[in-house]
Design a protein around this ligand. Sequence first.
Ligand SMILES: [Cu+2]
Ligand SMILES: [Zn+2]
Length: 178
Amino acid sequence: MGRRAVWLAASLAAALALASPVSAEDKASPAAKASAVLKDASGKEVGRATFTATPSGALLSLVLTAAPPGVHALHVHAIGKCVPPDFKSAGPDFNPDQTKHGFMVPEGPHAGDLPNLHVPADGKLEVEFVNPVVTISQEAALLDADGSSIVIHANADDYKTDPDGDVGPGIACGVITP
Ligand SMILES: [Cu+2]
Ligand SMILES: [Zn+2]
């Protein structure tokens, strides 16, 4: 499994743990964490994300409490800056390997690509993913010099259109902090 490995559902992660390129240092400090509070353009909190370093990669737990219903793209973006209303300040998808966007293309995905969120009518959703590519504080790090952020977009990700999956503007954003 290379650096282009896709995000995996948590249920699949255990089977692939031995093949993941996680550094020894992250393995030695499994308690390493980072987190983000996601807010919409009006500044209202819509949910929280926690990243935990594991021997299989970064485990993302996302708890949405007031997200807009519907199907929305979820990405890690390259810069830790969330300026409303469109959160362009967060930069493009996190892409330290200079790959292309999307799970459906052979040159993809970006390290920051994630599966779509299907938010129910009450705006509440809890999901967990393991990303074997990114780390909290090592190579491909979320906490690099310019930080990173987690962004929910207006539309679904088509998993193939470069550079962003045709997802429309950001509608919620959270800076990832230690
Ligand atoms: Cu994005
Ligand atoms: Zn992408």
